[in-house]
Design a protein around this ligand. Structure first.
Ligand code: ADP
Ligand code: MG
Length: 421
């Protein structure tokens, strides 16, 4: 029997940062450009350099891993000598110039640097002369987290890229950086040295892309575990904030943990009683039928909202969450009202929407006088904007905060879950 515990740990694994997804969607274009570049270098036995940049979590490292594999496979099939590959994460270097010793270390068949010359000098000499063994292999260098090299010593970065410009260089260099502006700071100099790398920028993921990637990663599971609304909310919020896929994955995992805690607390649930030692996900995929019995194992929008609010604490969200309940209901009614496509409402209309929510949730509404006072308080807090009118009921009301922030803030509160759907 496939239990909740197993199901949950399978989900967690699918969303884990270190789990390589079977397919990398939404980066086909970038990967193709990198691949084509490397392919040309191999075909023509020509050195070259590529500069890949983009904000954290935009799939750079993942994509380079894929391209690396693709390139080696292609070379084998096409009858070219596959290049040696050196992957370096620059943060792991004890000093920046160590990158040159690493490159030397990868040049296996060649004579090693003797004690008196520096690794850099050795490489410079090596690539400046015709090499005796004509068939020597190309070397694909993937230098990730390149930012690290510039903060300490910009010369290292220049020297590194310059290696590909030497007349007998055998290096295909791919430098990957998180800082977008790094290029502005060091490319001009390289250009003046006649060694301008091809630049490929990874743009932040959009909402639709994040959604697609999450769905793709969750496809390994036999059944949907996340409500589609929950995934949408996550994708929308993360895209608006940074487009960082890492963040999206972490939020989803956190949402699962919230659900897990909830199930553990529920006394009726026996499956989760062994949740502590249950991290032994079965790799077998039982029929979906087994899963439908576990209806409670669904990450809903409210779980996601809590996870998101943990990940992104914004002052506005905090403000909304600490308002008295009736003021929250007013904001909630404003959101509902404006969802119809209207841009503004009168206070009378807003009051009507407010009364409806109160009625549906069996909460006694406040009187119109108090309602007006509360709207004024919300106006003073900068959450609503009230227009002028002699009669309070005719005053225009507009929302001064993002509807998404309100939905986001209130969805975490059990009471509002149904109102906002
Ligand atoms: N297109 C994608 N498809 C599936 N997972 C992705 C995709 N892009 C990023 N990820 C996941 O997001 C996380 C961060 O991606 P990574 O490539 O390390 O970003 P970067 O190197 O740009 O900071 C990784 O866990 C990775 O598996
Ligand atoms: Mg990376």
């Amino acid at each position: 029997m496939y239990t909740d515990v197993e199901q949950i740990s399978a989900v967690k694994e699918a969303l884990h940062l270190s789990t390589a997804p079977s397919t990398v969607v939404c980066r086909e274009d970038e990967q193709k450009r990198v691949f084509d570049f490397c392919k040309t270098c191999v075909e023509q036995e020509k050195a070259g350099s590529l500069y890949v940049c983009g904000c954290p979590g935009t799939g750079k490292s993942l994509s380079m891993e894929k391209v690396k594999q693709q390139l080696v496979d292609w070379a084998r099939e096409a009858g070219f000598q596959p290049p040696d590959v050196l992957s370096v994460n620059c943060t792991s270097l004890t000093k920046t110039s160590e990158i040159f010793s690493k490159i030397n270390g990868s040049n296996q068949q060649r004579k090693k640097a003797n004690g008196s010359t520096s690794p850099l000098l050795h490489l410079q000499n090596l690539y400046s002369q015709q090499q005796p063994s004509s068939g020597s292999k190309m070397l694909l260098i993937i230098a990730d987290e390149l930012d690290y090299l510039i903060t300490r010593d910009r010369a290292v970065l220049h020297d590194l890229f310059m290696l590909t410009a030497l007349p007998f260089s055998r290096c295909i260099l791919i430098g990957i950086a998180n800082a977008i502006d790094l290029a502005d700071r060091f490319l001009p100099r390289l250009q003046s040295l006649n060694c301008k790398p091809l630049v490929i920028t990874f743009r932040a993921y959009s909402k639709d892309q994040i959604l697609r990637i999450l769905q793709e990663r969750l496809m390994v599971l036999p059944c949907p575990v996340f409500d589609s609304q929950a995934l949408e909310l996550c994708a929308r919020k993360v895209a608006a904030a940074s487009g960082d896929m890492r963040k999206a994955l972490c939020v989803c995992r956190s949402a699962i943990e919230i659900l897990e805690a909830e199930l553990r607390e529920a006394p009726s649930n026996q499956n989760l009683s062994s949740v502590q030692d249950g991290l032994s996900a079965q790799k077998t995929s039982p029929a979906c039928g087994l899963f439908t019995m576990q209806e409670n194992v669904t990450v809903r929008i409210d779980h996601m909202a809590v996870a998101l609010s943990k990940a992104y604490r914004s002052p506005i969200v905090d403000t909304i969450q600490s308002l008295p309940q009736h003021q929250q209901i007013i904001l909630c009614s404003a959101v509902k009202f404006f969802r119809g496509g209207k841009k503004d409402a009168t206070m009378g209309e807003l009051n009507k929407s407010y009364m409806e929510i109160c009625k549906s949730t069996i909460i006694p509404p406040v009187g119109t006088m108090e309602f007006s006072t509360m709207c004024r308080v919300l106006n003073d807090q900068g959450l609503l904007k009230l227009g002028q009118a002699r009669d309070d009921r005719l005053r225009r009301v507009t929302l001064k905060v993002d509807e998404a922030d309100i939905t986001f803030a209130l969805q975490g509160i059990r009471f509002f879950r149904n109102c906002l759907q």
